[in-house]
Design a protein. Structure first.
Length: 761
């Protein structure tokens, strides 16, 4: 009896299983029109004889949907007499592209036009792609000067037949031969043309095509420029004049109107700061031109001032009201001060291998006493990015507690943990130089490897924010070996520690110079007090300098320092850096002063050096692509107190000092061979204007260099050059300069062309 019941139950279970997941005995597609059943079976990936499980059928329908040929796919099972199942798949097909044709075109071939499309015959109909294809065709024609071109298609015809036909009306080809401005008195054409993207034709380089959308954008740009400069009623239109040669003259017609000045500046909503305090901070003043960027920049300045005292939600809205007197405007800053917050908890996120303290120490805020300073948060972001340890850094407040906000420091570590570089470079100063460099920017001296695998996979010596750089530079004129180690926070204090050891060899004018030595330095950046923004440094140097291989007639003044010279020195420096970017500054300034005393712990020479340098940067203008035109002014001075050996005197000339002269080609000369023996003081003054040439990496510059190291003649040179960076397995900096000396001495060594070429491979 029990056996019979078990068999009956097993038979019933088998019957249920056959209906739900039997063997596929047949496959039937319903709804196919453009797709063959054979192709549909291949796309589904199932076949007769497979087990019809629910999971396998869902996977089959998903594959059909992903093929892009069907709008919907469903399936069902139907039991068969042979204990198998019939799989029925019902589909609704997409209409496919059966053909692509073009009508009306003469300038471009079918192949050229098809290259502008993102779809092809056999693809499902995608109306977005079809519309984008028409826009791409129009853009291609406009680049060729066909400003009135149209490309249309019939949607109904495509839905019925699947054939995509673009009907093109090319229109007449017009080329801009001249761009002119009418009605402009405050600004010349040379200044206005920087604000427009439309360009005249230039053989091979520019087509000069007329693009109506680009011209409309130029009108907006010119109007914005005028209104930014205080012409609040300015209007700009354009006119197209057809010339006799069928080309065109594009004319921007300008109605400048009145240039408005500021009659008065008012504030509303003040309680923390007084009107007088804020007026002293503003760049805009009463009676000055009402320049919109300056006024809006002052609004941001006011908001940032509140942000430094914990009012992180302060908002400033500016309004301008025309005065009853003509040509005047009243400016009002509406301030919503918001609440004041102190620093709560500081959380570090996003660092996977870098220690929290490396991120945290960039923020000069300490809970719970400090006010939440948004300016300090921005400075922390800047400092974290300039370490090159992180690819992104954000510092922002979070939370909803009264009077307190936590701070999140969200970082993303750079993909490259370090660099192992083989390189070669050539300069007019130093000849051909090879480079082998190991540079670890997030080094940890106290994290030694436990295996070779940890070492070569950078799983050790990593994460403490230290830097270790090992560099070997053999060259034709200069050879150098150098080891540098930096701990930016010695013993977790805001004190920077640097150690360097080096070997150096170079052929000089009439002799060879070799140096071996090391330096130890301690630096501190002052975040508060009177020296806020300054960095102080104290460095000790010990070095052996050897002069040998003298020419027969080398000057006696150089021969006096023949052989080994032991040098010890203690150097104190103060640096204030207020530039916007440490590596490519475009605004701000950098000041450095130093005093170095030689012979502090013995040695062969006792004297002192006093040096100072100052560089100032200003962005003069920014083009439509956000590329900057930058003016740089620089000065440097130095003096030696006492009797210094030749190898520690001042030399100048060449790239980095006075271009237009040889490296170390300026200075007093002595002896039969006319050897340069250097000077006891240094004066350098220069100015450079740099501007974009092509793309983002090619810049031109014009410059004036001047200076001297003696009291006889002051040298001056003028010139121009190009800087660019190529990306060939890494950044490759290049600089080429042509300079002509205007003032020089008869003994100076001139060099009209100078260059720096550095390559990585």
């Amino acid at each position: 009896m029990w056996v019979g019941l078990v068999l009956s139950f097993a038979h019933a279970a088998f019957a249920i299983q056959s209906q739900q997941a039997g063997v596929i005995s047949a496959i039937e597609f319903r709804g196919l029109s453009g797709t063959t059943e054979t192709l549909a079976v291949q796309l589904a990936g199932i076949r007769v004889g497979d087990v019809a499980s629910e999971a396998s059928l869902i996977a089959a329908t998903n594959r059909l949907k992903q093929s892009g040929r069907f709008l919907s796919v469903t399936h069902k099972l139907q039991p068969q007499d042979d204990d198998g199942v019939l799989v029925i798949i019902e589909v609704i097909e997409k209409r496919v592209v059966t053909a692509i044709r073009f009508e009306g075109q003469a300038k471009l071939s079918d192949g050229q036009l098809k290259n502008e499309l993102t779809f092809k015959v056999g693809d499902g109909l995608d109306w977005f792609a079809i519309r984008e294809g028409g826009d791409a065709i129009v853009a291609r024609y406009r680049d060729l000067g066909y400003g009135d071109v149209t490309a249309t298609y019939d949607r109904d015809s495509i839905e019925q037949s699947g054939e995509v036909v673009y009907v093109i009306q090319e229109g007449a080809r017009v080329v801009i031969r001249q761009i002119a401005y009418e009605g402009n008195t405050a600004f010349g054409a040379s200044q206005l043309k920087k604000k427009v993207e439309s360009k005249t034709a230039l053989w091979i380089i520019r087509s000069g095509s007329l693009d109506p959308s680009r011209v409309d954008s130029d009108v907006v740009s010119l109007r914005r420029f005028y209104r930014d400069e205080g012409f609040l009623d300015a209007q700009v239109k354009f006119r197209i004049d057809v010339r006799e040669d069928k080309n065109i003259r594009l004319v921007f017609v300008i109605e400048e109107g009145t240039r408005y000045a500021i009659e008065q500046i008012q504030f509303t909503g003040l309680s923390v700061f007084s009107k007088e305090e804020l007026l002293a901070e503003l760049g805009s003043k009463v009676s000055e031109i009402a320049k919109r960027p300056k006024i809006e920049g002052d609004a941001r300045l006011i908001r940032d001032k509140y942000g430094t005292i914990g009012n992180i939600h302060a908002a400033v809205r500016v309004t301008r009201v025309f005065s009853e007197d003509p040509g005047l405007v009243q400016v009002t800053y509406h301030v919503e001060e918001g609440e004041q917050f102190r620093v709560g908890r500081i959380a570090v996120r996003g660092n996977t291998r870098t220690k929290d303290k490396v991120v945290r120490r960039a923020l000069d805020l300490y809970p719970p006493d400090d006010l939440l300073n948004l300016s300090a948060a921005r400075d922390a972001e800047k400092e974290l990015m300039q370490t090159r340890i992180f690819s992104s850094a954000r510092v922002y407040p979070v939370g909803d507690q009264p009077d307190v906000r936590d701070v999140v420091m969200d970082v993303q570590e750079a993909e490259r943990l370090g660099d192992f570089i083989f390189g070669v470079g050539v300069t007019s100063n130093s000849g051909l130089v090879g480079t082998v460099t190991l540079d670890l920017r997030n080094f940890d001296l106290y994290d030694p490897p436990t295996s070779w695998e940890e070492l070569y996979k950078f799983r050790s010596f990593f994460g403490a924010g230290q830097r270790m750089r090992l560099e070997l530079q053999p060259g034709t004129d200069v050879s150098r070996f150098r080891l540098d180690f930096t701990e930016p926070y010695l013993f977790d204090k805001p004190v920077r520690f640097d150690y360097s050891a080096y070997l150096f060899g170079r052929g000089r004018d009439g002799y060879d110079e070799r140096r071996i030595g090391s330096t130890v330095s301690f630096g501190k950046r002052f975040g508060r007090g009177r020296l806020r923004g300054w960095t102080g440094e104290l460095a000790f140097r010990v070095e052996d300098v050897n002069l040998d291989d003298f020419d027969v007639f080398t000057a006696r003044e150089i021969r006096d320092d023949r052989g080994s010279n032991l040098i010890t020195s203690l150097k104190g420096s103060l640096v204030r850096d207020r530039t916007d970017n440490r590596f490519k500054p475009s605004s701000g300034d950098r000041l450095r002063v130093s005093y170095e005393q030689f012979g502090v712990l013995g040695g062969d020479h006792n004297f002192a050096k006093l040096n100072a340098s100052y560089r100032w940067y200003k962005t003069l203008s920014t083009d439509a692509r956000e590329r900057k035109h930058v003016l740089e002014l620089r000065s440097e001075g130095g003096a030696i107190v006492g009797d210094a050996p030749v190898f520690e005197r001042y030399f100048t000339g060449g790239t980095g000092s006075i271009r237009g002269f040889d490296f170390r080609g300026v200075g007093p000369h002595e002896g039969i061979d006319d050897n340069n023996v250097g000077g006891n003081f240094l004066v350098l003054l220069g100015a450079e204007y740099s501007y974009p040439l092509f793309g983002d990496n090619v810049r031109g510059h014009v410059f004036v260099d001047s200076g001297t190291v003696d009291s006889e003649v002051y040298r001056v040179s003028v010139g121009f050059g190009v800087r660019l960076t190529l990306d060939i397995f890494g950044p490759v900096p290049l600089e080429f300069n042509i300079a002509a000396p205007m003032l020089s001495d008869e003994d100076d060594e001139e060099q009209v062309f100078s260059f720096v070429v550095g390559g990585l491979f």
